[in-house]
Design a protein around this ligand. Structure first.
Ligand SMILES: NC(=O)c1ccc[n+]([C@@H]2O[C@H](COP(=O)([O-])OP(=O)(O)OC[C@H]3O[C@@H](n4cnc5c(N)ncnc54)[C@H](OP(=O)(O)O)[C@@H]3O)[C@@H](O)[C@H]2O)c1
Length: 320
């Protein structure tokens, strides 16, 4: 690979996040100086041990993707040409103002955390309808990056995160918490359980070493496809949280409860529409097969299994 694809000075938005923190750590382990662009620079960064951050080549810098002036300042101060970024859900302009000031301040390469649900490129990408919000909003950011004219762009399109059981799958108003299964989907092979560890490792690798001189789409899929019911059985067994009761709720009840927690209805509807599309099993899709191979291809190691992931996160499960 030619050396002009290497970046030794990179900026990561959202290092407090699961994937962002691991992208930053991987980029650092691969030799880059890493600017940690945070809304609140005093927050802890769970993925990067404090001593590693202190002794390593990391710099915290304030930036909010919803505030273009802060992004311009952070990019100008860092002098980076390569950035990693998330979507800001509900952002008014799909990141346009922030992306424009990145380009104006010398960024040439963007790595964006998109979604497996975004299918297609070019006109197909532009034709995705807003009625299916999750692919639509991620596609709008990809289109914006293309339209602004960044010379290089890598989009990460991971499938279903292993962290979802802990992050969104629990009713924490009960003690012990309850695991929610949506009736009608509990036995469908919907979850591939790709780990934030693997998404972060791929993201960090391609941030410091650009894979090509064009837009690169990287599907990322986990090695352990299972149904929601099987997934929860494994969560309980490996973490020891056998006290978590699994409850089956009708889709309408799930939608109402999730909206009541403040999650926009369009997002919940879109999630259920993905379940509907994938219930026949999505492992046979060509993107899925490529996605499983991409972890070894880009991160240079075998994918983390779901059991390994749960073993590594036992302490978090013990604490709820
Ligand atoms: N869950 C899935 O199955 C799945 C599948 C495919 C793709 N995805 C994509 O992955 C994303 C979730 O990744 P994750 O689990 O790593 O998320 P996460 O842990 O929730 O982290 C989100 C990060 O974004 C930062 N952030 C939020 N708003 C920001 C803003 N205005 N400016 C700058 N930073 C901002 C947060 O920083 P603060 O500390 O300031 O809040 C945090 O560091 C989803 O939103 C989706 O786009 C998810």
């Amino acid at each position: 690979m030619s050396s002009n694809r290497k970046y030794d000075n990179v900026l990561v938005f959202g290092p407090t996040g699961d994937v962002g923190g691991l992208v930053a750590l991987e980029a650092h382990n691969r030799g880059a100086k890493v600017w940690l662009a945070m809304r609140d620079i005093t927050k802890p960064i769970p993925a990067i041990p404090t001593d590693v951050e202190k002794t390593g080549n990391f710099v915290r810098v304030q930036a909010d993707l919803s505030d273009a002036a802060s992004v311009a300042r952070a990019v100008a101060e860092s002098g980076v040409k390569a950035v990693y970024m998330y979507i800001v859900h509900g952002g008014a302009d799909f990141g346009r103002a922030a992306l424009q000031v990145m380009r104006d301040n010398g960024v040439e390469y963007v790595v964006f955390l998109s979604s497996y649900s975004v299918k297609g490129e070019g006109n197909a990408l532009r034709a995705l309808p807003p009625t299916n919000w999750i692919p639509y909003e991620h596609a709008q950011v990809e289109i914006t990056i293309e339209d602004i004219g960044f010379p290089y762009f890598t989009t990460l399109r991971p499938a279903w995160f292993a962290s979802n059981y802990f992050r969104t799958g629990l009713d924490r108003s009960a003690k012990p918490p309850k695991a929610i299964l949506i009736a009608g989907y509990e036995d469908k092979r919907l979850f591939d359980n790709v780990t934030p560890e693997d998404v972060g490792a791929v993201g960090g690798a391609v941030l410091v070493e650009r894979p090509s001189d064009r837009k690169e789409t990287i599907w990322i899929c986990g090695p352990d496809t299972c149904s929601p019911k099987e997934g929860w059985e494994l969560v309980k067994k490996v973490t020891g949280r056998t006290d978590i009761e699994t409850i089956l709720v009708p889709a309408e009840q799930f939608i109402a409860a999730t909206v009541a927690k403040g999650i926009p209805q369009v997002l919940v509807d879109s999630l259920l529409s993905s379940y509907e599309r994938w219930q026949g099993g999505y492992e046979a899709e060509p993107e899925f097969k490529v996605g499983m191979a991409n972890i070894a291809k880009y991160a240079g190691r075998a994918p983390m299994t779901f059991v390994q992931y749960l073993e590594a996160h036992k302490a978090e499960w013990a604490a709820i």
